[in-house]
Design a protein around this ligand. Structure first.
Ligand code: AOF
Ligand code: ZN
Length: 359
């Protein structure tokens, strides 16, 4: 196996930490000896051993091997001793990393390794590794708003619901299963009032990945009104739930209190996202609807799209994005395709804002 293939394997292993390691990054490590994999490991649980330690523990004789890992090994005494120390102690000959660690507490590993006489290479599959850990990287530098991803399932002609407002089911079964996996990795899942009322989703996580913490369910409302018998509001024991009421400059609160549900009242939608970040919500998955999505886009708050395209044409219906200001083609922002694959009969496209990948 080449070092590049080993890095690819690191990313696949790292991804197994989805839903379990946040706010830590997802990290995988592979030890190579003469281009043969002698051991591998990944960061499995928040607070648990780091990827390099798991790989070293799994190796019979790691001395002289090459350690391939998608994040700079840490230097800090955290919940476990520093990975750099462990790598130096067993005498690995070379360390290949995808990108450096922007967390000031853990950073500096590459220099420490070099000073110990270990050959170091940085940058192999940097973009792929950055895309994997965008929410982590975002939260290291941006402490004002969470990382926000928008998930949308549309017809080929760009509708999220038919002309009667029905959206069940545009996407196929496999896509819906994948959404369960996706939700598990976010701190919060959000919908606008209209979607909460027309789809009445529970926003639960019922997939194979049991999240370390169930994502907080968020319903955004501007009018302050919310039908009281919604499934989200009547299943508050199932998951943390908050209503975000954007009250505007007049500041009038309209919402009747609902048992077991926190209400966040803010003047603007942007200040609501500031408030969420203050509450330690570092990543939000927005699941609709079109108007809410358009508003978030208008505020430049969306960092990632998960777009599921179903092979159907509706002709008329609810557009994926409500009214937005136009942009000339010459001035348009280019998004980076970080994933493109089939989900059964549907097609998944993941787009990241270019700035999220600059690390
Ligand atoms: C690594 N390998 O597998 C991971 C690293 O709280 P701790 O002690 O687990 O440290 C968490 C920090 O360590 C995290 O914020 C990030 O900077 C780094 N993560 N480093 O060498 C790993 N998960
Ligand atoms: Zn470490």
């Amino acid at each position: 196996m080449t070092e590049r293939e080993a890095m690819q394997l690191c990313l696949e292993l790292a991804r197994r930490g989805w839903g379990r390691v946040a706010p830590n990054p997802m990290v995988g490590a592979v030890l190579l000896n003469d281009n043969e994999v002698i051991a591998s490991g990944y960061h499995e649980e928040f607070g648990g051993p780091h990827a390099e330690i798991k790989a070293l523990q799994a190796a019979a004789d790691p001395q002289g091997s090459v350690c391939v890992v998608n994040l700079e090994p840490c230097t800090h005494q955290g919940k476990s001793p520093p990975c750099t120390e462990a790598l130096i102690k067993v005498g690995v000959s070379r360390v290949v990393v995808a990108g450096s660690d922007p967390n000031p507490t853990a950073a500096g590993g590459l220099r420490v390794l070099e000073e110990a006489g270990i050959e170091v290479e940085v940058g192999l599959m940097r973009d792929e590794a950055a895309a994997l850990n965008s929410p982590f990287l975002w939260n290291q530098t941006r402490t004002d708003v969470p990382f926000v991803a928008l998930k949308l399932a549309t017809s080929v002609d760009g509708f999220i619901a038919d002309s009667d407002g029905r959206s069940r089911w545009i996407s196929g079964e496999q896509s819906r299963e994948w959404v369960q996996w996706l939700r598990a990795g976010f701190d919060a899942i959000a919908v606008g009032r209209q979607t909460a009322e027309s789809d009445d989703p529970e926003l639960a996580v019922r997939g194979d990945v049991v999240p370390r913490k169930h994502p907080t369910r968020l319903v955004f409302t501007k009018s302050g009104k919310l039908r009281p018998n919604l499934r989200i509001l009547s299943s508050v024991a199932a998951a943390p739930t908050k209503i975000v009421e954007v009250v505007g400059p007049a500041g009038q609160r309209n919402l009747d209190p609902v048992d077991g549900i926190d209400v966040i009242s803010t003047e603007t939608l942007l200040s609501a996202f500031h408030r969420l970040r203050e509450l330690d919500i570092g990543s939000v998955l927005v699941e609709g609807g079109g108007r809410f999505a358009a508003e978030l886009l208008g505020l430049n708050l969306i960092d990632r799209f998960y777009w599921v395209q179903a092979p159907i044409l509706l002709g008329r219906g609810v557009p994926a994005f409500g009214k937005r200001a136009g942009t000339a083609l010459s001035e348009v922002e280019n998004w980076v395709v970080t994933e493109r694959r089939a989900l059964g009969k549907d097609t998944l496209l993941v787009l990241d804002r270019a700035l999220c990948l600059q690390v």
